[in-house]
Design a protein. Structure first.
Lengths: 147, 363, 433
């Protein structure tokens, strides 16, 4: 016949054990459920990215945005076309921007100038800017690598 | 009358034989019985691997362009992605380590002896399949280390005379390790190997249930001398509680490893970059890799590397067929030769693995 | 090659007889498509003559002039329909034979200076090459009767002339240094011209960033000899114009320089702008070592402790500070990336700091420490923030590790309590045994 305190001990241990195992199972389920829910950023890697509403970008203007680990430039030409380029100048890697007055893409560091197709037309840049594909999805601009 | 789920199920499935089996199943207790838990722990880790693997499959993309990026996505964007991947990585390693330990424990306890030959053979097949899982899974993150390790690993397969070139091209899906290799390895890892390992694992488990736990030869002899049998405990709940303890222990070790060395993302593989120095395959292949380094280029006019690979092939075959070779065990005798061979193999594997690690550290 | 051409021309003169009236007029040289191909007797004879006389016949079929339908007679005159050498090469039929070196520019200029004629082939083609040539040092000396200088054929070759855009052309961008170097790197040939600064130009140019851009990066718009010296009007840029030549590409640097105190000071001292510090042919990649330290170019004029020396030290220090901050941030971000942390935002932001670094290196030409500092002070916080983000991410890796370790301990606790429970369960059985 086990002593009274041993019965208590067993009961206490049993509930502790049940609680511990239950808690551990919950701790398995929580990460799994979180994992299964898709994260807010769609798609893996930085192959494709949404860049706000198309209507927000006026003709003859441009905006620099983060595309993966690098800055990129989305422009709307005076004619209304949307184009996207890597915003990294091919000369020394400064960030280029859109110049509304002269209607070119311009690098401030050494006055490198690209036309609205990203072609280097003046200054030291040796190569055209890398161009990305631009698509519209429900009025949102989607920029994709490998244009 | 209150609704009873058990009665409901029994009406439909008649689970009484199962219940009967579980109630009457018992497991012998003796001084070596703790080795029994290794198999259960391996099974537990295998289940963890299957579950985390299925989870990773939700986001992984098996292509040269996207493999690394999707693993990066899993680790950076998906909640607890880092944890799931870290566990899958470490669990694979721990699983193979435990499978080796389980194999050697049954080897030295001579549990493979009649009537459990098939259990041993199916177990050895499981071990080989797990090595295949490890080898194919290692490439999938497509980082520099995995890329070159696969290059080295498949190269070794290509040395085998006759079949080598075929195996090499079959594994790589071409002449070198490319995106085609990745797609192929992904297929092996998530479709072909699981399809094979499923039935083999089922057979292994069924045989164990059918035949019960083997009592080690030494223990059996002692009790035979006394004219009794070893005491036993009930499978449910006594053995299962101990088993549960083993599973949790494996989980604790797994989490400990993941905390000690988090599984990293690495740098994306560049097939045109020169191989970084000190490229090695995964640790469970290291003893073979290191051996091939020490074998002289020519032995009696034969290519040393070829002989080495053939020797490992023969050794693997001998190990697979050990229940049929060890005639003494079947008669209830302990063969010293088999035991010594086992000890030599274990020492050899441990030494070579250590040497490979030390050599790489020195570099 | 010159001697070969001369010899071939001489023999053509001797053999000359007939004359082709159509070939006299440059406008008539292009054959009309409808007419049957006229038989060209020049090649029939010359290819059988061997040696120097046969030489022009081999490469000419792939010459751009032949591709456009011109024949030997288009340049050399004569009558290519007659098999009689006396008729075919008679001055009466307009045979001009081989021009002397002095005659070469005008020989080519017959067509190439004729705008109306040349526009048939290309409406944008230039027709002022010969005029420009006579403004060049080469042209001046040729006028003075020096046959040693380069004429059209020395750069463009003679009977296998290619378009400039053809990589086989000696005046294709990547071939230009070698083409100029044929003479300008040749001590035997150029030894007499003591007014030249030396023969190291091509060798030095090949060490320059421009040559690297041209050859290694394959950037055909990178400057070659002709970008600064011009091609047909080849003269060294004057001391005053150096800044303008470089500034055509390096516009920002030029603007800063022209507004600086150096512009006037250099002009007073009579030293060329950019070249004074950067050299002319061996222009290396610029860095802070040019400002401060033993290799400082500032110290060729300034002395230790003067305002210029102090300022250059100060600017170099500032730039190095930003450079180091960016490198440290980048290394930290790379560590975090390798560990599997998302550092894309910080990495993208770091390019802004890099822009300021490049700008600060440009701004030193203003000699204004405030302008350099303005760039640095914008770049440093960006780099520091990126570094902090990298460190935060690495700290997150550590806290994850701690979390997993804690979980491991909890699981161990469960294992231990399972052990206790099993012992407790076993106790009555052991007692009963």
């Amino acid at each position: 016949m086990p002593a009274m305190d041993e019965i208590n001990r067993r009961r206490w241990l049993k509930s502790l054990l049940g609680g511990g195992i239950g808690a551990s199972i919950l701790s398995f389920l929580y990460p799994i459920l979180s994992f299964v829910l898709p994260p807010p950023t769609q798609g893996s890697g930085a192959e494709s990215q949404e860049v706000g509403q198309a209507a927000e970008l006026k003709p003859n203007s441009g905006v620099v945005f983060q595309f993966g680990t690098q800055p990129a430039l989305l422009i709307r030409t005076p004619e209304g076309d949307l184009r996207a380029f890597s915003a990294i100048c091919t000369h020394l890697g400064c960030t280029v921007s859109y110049e509304a007055d002269s209607k070119v893409i311009w690098c401030p560091c050494h006055n490198g100038i690209y036309d609205l197709h990203g072609r280097n037309i003046a200054g030291p840049p040796p190569r055209p800017l890398l161009e990305f594909k631009v698509n519209l999805r429900d009025g949102k601009v989607v920029v994709t690598k490998g244009a | 009358m209150a609704f009873s789920p058990r009665a409901w199920l029994d009406e439909r499935l008649d689970l009484s034989p199962v219940r009967e089996f579980v109630e009457h199943k018992s497991v012998p207790v003796h001084r070596h019985s703790y080795w029994y838990y290794l198999g259960g722990m391996t099974l537990f880790l295998f289940i963890v691997q299957a579950m985390t693997g299925i989870l990773l499959l939700l986001y992984y993309q098996p292509s040269e362009a996207n493999a690394f990026e999707s693993v990066r996505f899993i680790m950076t964007q998906v909640r607890f992605g880092w944890l799931i991947r870290s566990i899958h990585g470490w669990c694979g390693n721990l699983l193979i380590a435990l499978a080796f330990a389980h194999m050697f424990s049954t080897f030295f306890l001579k549990s493979y002896r009649k009537p459990r030959e098939l259990t041993w053979v199916s177990g050895m097949l499981l071990l080989f399949l797990m090595l295949g899982f490890g080898f194919s899974g290692y490439l999938l993150p497509w980082n520099t280390l995995s890329y070159f390790a696969t290059m080295v690993g498949t190269n070794i397969a290509g040395v085998v005379p006759g079949l080598g070139q075929f195996v090499l091209r079959f594994l790589r899906g071409g002449d070198s390790v490319t995106g085609a290799t990745l797609t192929r390895f992904f297929g092996f890892h998530v479709a072909i190997l699981p399809a094979i390992i499923g039935p083999v694992l089922l057979l292994h488990l069924l045989l164990i249930q059918k035949q019960g736990m083997s009592v080690p030869l030494s223990v059996e002899q002692e009790y035979r001398a006394k004219g009794t049998t070893p005491p036993s405990i009930r499978f449910f709940p006594d053995f299962l509680l101990r088993e549960l303890m083993g599973w949790y222990l494996a989980l604790a070790v797994l989490a400990g490893l993941a905390a000690l060395v988090p599984w990293e993302l690495g740098v994306k593989a560049d097939p045109f970059a020169p191989a970084p120095p000190g490229i090695q395959p995964e640790w469970y292949f290291l003893f073979m890799f290191q051996t091939l380094k020490y074998i002289p280029a020519k032995i009696f006019g034969f290519d040393g590397e070829v002989l080495g690979i053939l020797a490992f092939g023969v050794a693997g075959l001998l190990l697979l067929l050990v229940p049929f070779l060890d005639r003494a065990a079947a008669k209830g005798l302990r063969s010293k030769i088999v035991k010594r061979a086992g000890v030599i193999i274990v020492i050899y594997i441990l030494t070579m693995t250590t040497v490979a690690y030390v050599a790489n550290l020195a570099r | 090659m010159q001697r070969a051409v001369r010899g071939a021309g001489l023999m053509i003169c001797i053999l000359g007889a007939s004359l082709c009236a159509r070939a006299q007029e440059p406008g008539a040289a292009a054959p009309k498509a409808a007419e049957p191909e006229p038989k060209i007797t020049c090649i029939v004879c010359h290819s059988n003559l061997g040696g120097q006389l046969a030489m022009p016949t081999k490469p000419f079929p792939t010459d751009v002039h032949a591709e456009k339908g011109l024949t030997c007679a288009s340049c050399h005159g004569g009558d290519p329909t007659s098999m009689d050498p006396k008729v075919a090469m008679s001055p009466a039929k307009g045979f001009r034979g081989k021009p002397t070196r002095e005659q070469v520019p005008e020989f080519c200029g017959r067509c190439h200076s004729d705008t109306a004629y040349m526009h048939r082939y290309s409406p944008t083609v230039q027709t002022d090459q010969v005029r420009q040539y006579y403004t060049s040092r080469h042209g001046e000396l040729l006028r003075q009767g020096n046959p040693q200088v380069a004429t059209c054929i020395n750069c463009h070759s003679v009977h296998d002339i290619k378009l400039v855009s053809d990589p086989a052309s000696p005046v294709y961008p990547t071939n230009i240094p070698g083409t100029c170097g044929q003479c300008h790197s040749n001590q035997d040939y150029m030894g007499a011209y003591t007014d030249l600064p030396g023969l190291t130009q091509v060798a030095y140019y090949e060490k320059s960033v421009h040559y690297q851009a041209l050859t290694i990066q394959g950037n055909l718009s990178a400057p070659t000899c002709v970008t600064c010296h011009s091609s047909h009007g080849a003269t060294p840029p004057g001391v005053r114009s150096v800044a303008d030549v470089c500034g055509r590409c390096h516009a920002q640097n030029l603007q800063f320089f022209q507004k600086s105190a150096h512009a006037a000071a250099f002009a007073d001292m009579g030293v060329p702008g950019c070249v004074q510090c950067h050299g002319n042919h061996a222009i290396l990649s610029a860095n802070e070592a040019m400002l401060a330290g033993p290799a400082s170019v500032c110290m060729t004029c300034h002395v230790e402790g003067d305002a210029g020396a102090q300022r250059s030290e100060e600017m170099a220090g500032q730039i190095r500070k930003l450079d180091a901050a960016i490198q440290q941030a980048r290394a930290t971000l790379e560590d975090a990336d390798r560990a599997g942390m998302d550092v894309s935002v910080a990495t993208a932001e770091l390019t802004t700091a890099h822009s300021h670094l490049v700008m600060s290196r440009t701004a030193i030409h203003s000699l204004d420490t405030a302008q350099v500092e303005a760039e640095i002070s914008q770049g440093i916080p960006v780099a520091e923030q990126a570094l902090q983000e990298g460190r935060d991410k690495l700290a997150e890796v550590q806290s994850r590790r701690k979390g997993v370790a804690l979980f491991s301990l909890l699981v161990l606790a469960i294992v231990f309590s399972l052990y206790l429970y099993i012992r407790l369960e076993d106790k009555p059985k052991r007692q009963s045994q």
